[in-house]
Design a protein around this ligand. Sequence first.
Ligand SMILES: C[S@@+](CC[C@H](N)C(=O)[O-])C[C@H]1O[C@@H](n2cnc3c(N)ncnc32)[C@H](O)[C@@H]1O
Length: 271
Amino acid sequence: MEPALQRRIQRYGWDKAASYYEASWIMQLKPAQDLLLQMADLQEAEKVLDSACGTGLVSFKAREKVTDKGFVWGTDISEKMVEIASATAQNKKISGIKFERMDAEELTMESSFFDVAICALGLMYVPDPLKALKEMLRVLKPGGRAAAAVWGQRGHCGWAEIFEIVDKRVASEVCPMFFNLGNPDMLLLTFRAAGYTRIRDERLSTILQYDTAEQACGAAFAGGPLALAYNKFSAEEKQEVHKEYLLSIERYKRGEGYEVPGEFVIALGIK
Ligand SMILES: C[S@@+](CC[C@H](N)C(=O)[O-])C[C@H]1O[C@@H](n2cnc3c(N)ncnc32)[C@H](O)[C@@H]1O
């Protein structure tokens, strides 16, 4: 797919998902975000980049860790995500943090500026993740740390059929390379290719818990990367995709809800 088209699908898709995002994903992504922060090992007074920051779930936790003496700069391709993150900072009167719309592949910051660069569950959506990791490397000071989390192997993510269910109804694939970085060693090798040293990674199994079928469908369609395509579906098509998706996760049904397995990979590298 044309990178420019992929970028537009992501940008406007996440604009549509932004207001549903936290309700859908805050608990489900927490294990990966927590491990990423643990591996990044943020210290007081550090300057942190959070690339593809979304509503700032990780940025605000990073801000706590670097204290008033530090600084966090969150960037995301979606205007709406950036607006929500900025409004949270303003409403909660949190200083030492700012958010800006920016493409992960083209950071506008000067080189050697940050102590740490993180990217939580963002690289799967970027047309060229290697370029995004190189940009994170560029803006890091020598010795600086980069940490990124992605979804793991397709076969370990029970909800993976969602992409085919939507893709067959739209003209172009929504997330063509979604599971690529989750393949064995792929994230690690991409860190190496970007120029990082002392790289290590960890794989984390998780369970996505949904109390109801409605909750499972809401997270899958309204609050995530498929939101742009989903919003264009007729009421009838929406019913159809819900039915197909629920059938694809049927084996994980527990009572009224679902417990869908998932996997994350988190890598750390040094400049
Ligand atoms: C699953 S959300 C993760 C948000 C946040 N990091 C978190 O952990 O909650 C993915 C985010 O990647 C952003 N994104 C997608 N493509 C991007 C790109 N090329 N540059 C910057 N951000 C991008 C989306 O707008 C979305 O906010």
